[in-house]
Every structure is written in structure tokens, then in C-alpha cells.
Ligand binder design. Sequence first.
Ligand code: SF4
Length: 377
Amino acid sequence: MKTIIFDLFDTLLDKVWFDYNKGLTYLADTYFDNKREKLKLFADEYRERFMLKRNETQIETSFIKQLEFYERKFEKALSKPYDEIEWEFFSVCREETVAVGAIDLLDYLHERGYTLAVLSNSIFSSATLKRYLDKFGLLHYFGKVVSSADITYRKPSSQAFEAVLQAIGASPSPEIYFIGNKIDKDAMGALSAGLSPILISKEPIVAPCVILPNLTAVKECLERSYLYVNNIADRESLVDGPGLRTVVFFQGCKKACKDCHNPMTWSLSTGTRYSVNELAEILKAKAKNKKITFSGGEPLLQSKAIIELAKQIKGYDLCMYTGMNEEDVPTELKDMLHYLKVGYFQRENLTTVKPYVGSTNQSFIDLRRTYETIDKR
Ligand code: SF4
């Protein structure tokens, strides 16, 4: 299940500064006849009566309710719709930046076809949070943005997690990750809700989940952990390297060669996601003669996880078909391969006699120089 839910503040966005009083000053000056002191007193009263209990009760109190409270106290109706005033208030009391690695991670997940959502503890509505995400160019990544202000419940309550799962049409599953920065609200809440938390923390801490220093590390971790596969051939092949070989066709290729015989492997967003462990076990069970070929698609688009896979099937006779060049193959991976087919398929150079390649510009290389009849570079 390719689904990831993110916390928003201090996870996807990093705080530069936050000043709630600046918002109150703006509110007093713009809507309550410059009565700053009076509004601050009402704000203190509101905080005492409603906001301080939020972490205890896990029940959110929205900014809109706060506006209604001020209207009652001042006995004055606000001159603009609540959502407009909320956005103005929200905008004047904070500055944030996109967290390091966020765009790279979101691009990667988006390209791979993940369903992405946001679940935030906030007094501000999801409409305001969406507007804010849009300001940073992030909104289009997310199918749903859920704020505790709209659903009433705050993390770590199970109702908050249920609400976001319901919004994206998913059921609790350890295959769904929740990425956040707070151990109690994010990590423990997600765990109790049946999800797999990833905690972002620069400090060394202990928590019953994966802990990573930033979103760049999350991407690295996912790239090393999962493989996207178009199919594993039912029957062994005699044409994908020497011997009878089990062939894995990896999903995703950006080359779009004319007359490619495998265009169904081009899309990056489809295919079956396997953990490295899962795929290693499947291949161990299937390739009784221990001869396996990695084909595609373009396996090198998933080189980090393929390196991990190759480590788990150490000792197997491994062959890889790539459209790229020999120097594009990471040394760590090359050291674990026996055979390597390099070069893009060129229809005009089609060959039916050169072994194990489709066109004469391609080379089939015996990296250990053990197979006598093939291309020696
Ligand atoms: S590199 Fe291979 S999979 Fe990709 S388009 Fe070319 S022939 Fe097809």
C-alpha cells in the first residue's frame, strides 16, 4: 500500500518565527477598533477556558470559535467572513520555510504513485493550511489535508488518525507510514492507530519506531527499502543471460526507446511495491538454480534498493540489463553482478545473432570473465 501521511508544522515546514501576539495586535487594530489591551485580556480568558486543556482532552478548539468568542465579548460582528480573517491572522503571526529534503522526498513519492496526505494539530482550518501549502508550491502533492480544527480531535487520539484514513479511503495498516516530529503526538499516536511511524529528530532519542534526522534521510531510507516490480517471469528464460534464469522486470524507465519491447514497464507510478526482504524471499524460493536477471524497465532507477537486494541473495549468479552505460552502474552493485548488459535498444541496429542483446550497439559483459563466448569489451 503506497500511502504516507505527514505532520505539517516542524515536519514539512520549518519554523522561522511564530508570534501569536502579533496576530492579536493585527486583529484588534483591524477589526476591534484598536482595542489591543482588551483583546489580549479576552485572548487570555479564551486560552484559560478552552486552549490549555487541549492536550489533556485531545479535543481541538478552532480559531473560528475564538473569533466567535471575541465577537460575543466585544458585542460586535466581524466585518469579513471568518475564513478570510483566519487567513489574515495566520499570515501575520508566522514565517516558515519548506523543510530540508521535503521537495525531493515529495517528488520521489509523487513520481512513484504514492497517496499522500497531511494530518496537522492546528487551531486553523484545513482551508487555511491548504492555502499555506499552496503558497510553498506543496499543495498539489497531497490528496487530503486534514486539520484537527475541522475534525475536533487532536493527535495522538485515534479519532484524528481515523479521520485522515477515512479521508483518503484507507484502513489502518502497518504499511502506511506517518511522518512527524513529536514522539507523543505523532509517533505514539500513529503506532496506536495501527500505522508505522517515522520520527524526524535531530537529537538522539529513544522511540519504538524508525528515527531519522531529516526528510532527506527518509527518502534515502525508502529508496533503500522498497522495490517496484512490473513482474517476475513465470518461467525461467534462456535469453536473458547465460543459463536458465529467473527474470525480474523492474517498474519504471524514462528512456522511451522506439520499439521498446516492454513499454508497460515505463510508468514509474505503477507496479507492485515489495520490501527488499519480501522480494529476496520470493526470489530465493523461485530461483532454485540461483541464477537471476534484473531487467526492466530501468533497474538503475532503483539502484539503492537493488544493492540491498543483491546483498540478501549473496552468492547468486546475478545479471543486470540496463539501458545505461557501464560507468553508470554503482561500483558496489557491479561488484555483486556476474553479467551486465549495457546500452539502449536501437531499432535500426537490431540483431538476432549477437548473444543476449537486442541491438548491436549494446554490450553484454562478463564482469568476471568466466563466460567465453560473450562480448569481452
Ligand atoms: S531502456 Fe529498455 S525498457 Fe527503457 S525504453 Fe529502452 S528498451 Fe524499453
